[in-house]
Design a protein. Structure first.
Length: 211
């Protein structure tokens, strides 16, 4: 049984997609051990409570320094017994000690086709604003492992989504969530739960069922 901790900051639609996928049996052999938010007002926490999950708010504002926050977050996640950390709209720079405590065991969803529109400053609606400004005809979402860089870790899965002429950043954001994010994040978690995701020389390989 794969134990996951889901880290959130906002609306939590990706968290909801994971909860629903477990309930439907699209993700199997997986349990959400904890949902952690840096933001006490995150609607994602309500979704987690409604699903009967363990929730925890760890806010940087409750600590005297960033270092103390980073340590508290890392300590909590280590103690939670999670095997995998899922960043589902977590708007906090992931502490270095967390990355080393969970090497190749942290995944993130980014709302573009990496390496386009990613890296520092590309978060939330900024990603979709940049895609529309450049005039790309296709965008999408990427699930990747988290390393020390920003959106630089090994890519696990991507899904393209069409950009339409009248799109606003909000409309494109929603289409990418519906058509890509809410599908590939649950899919990747299920693959990891069944030990089908492997990294070799910085690249991800997905093995066939039963391999
Ligand atoms: C998503 O667009 C995700 O790609 C990005 O943050 C957003 C989170 O949305 N990393 P939600 O909180 O899951 O609704």
């Amino acid at each position: 049984m794969l134990k996951i901790a889901v880290l959130v900051s906002g609306g939590g639609t990706n968290l909801q997609a994971i909860i629903d996928s477990i309930a439907r049996g699209d993700i199997t052999d997986t349990k959400i051990a904890a949902v952690v938010s840096n933001n006490p007002g995150a609607y994602a926490l309500k979704r987690a409570e409604e699903a009967g999950l363990t929730t925890k708010c760890i806010s940087p504002r409750s600590f005297e320094s960033r270092e103390l926050f980073n340590q508290a977050l890392t300590d909590y996640l280590v103690k939670s017994g999670a095997d995998l950390i899922v960043l589902a709209g977590f708007m906090v720079v992931v502490p270095a000690q967390l990355i080393s405590a969970f090497k190749n065991r942290i995944i993130n969803i980014h709302p573009s086709l990496i390496p386009s529109f990613c890296g520092k400053g590309y978060y939330g609606l900024h990603v979709h604003e940049a895609a529309l400004k450049r005039g790309v005809k296709v965008s999408g979402a990427t699930v990747h492992f988290v390393d020390e860089g920003t959106d630089t870790g090994p890519i696990i899965m991507q899904k393209p989504v069409e950009v339409l002429p009248d799109d606003t950043p909000q409309i494109l954001q929603r289409r990418i969530m519906e058509q890509a994010e809410w599908k590939i994040m649950p899919r990747v978690i299920d693959l990891i739960a069944h030990d089908r995701v492997h990294i070799k020389d910085g690249k991800v390989y997905i093995s066939q069922e039963g391999d």
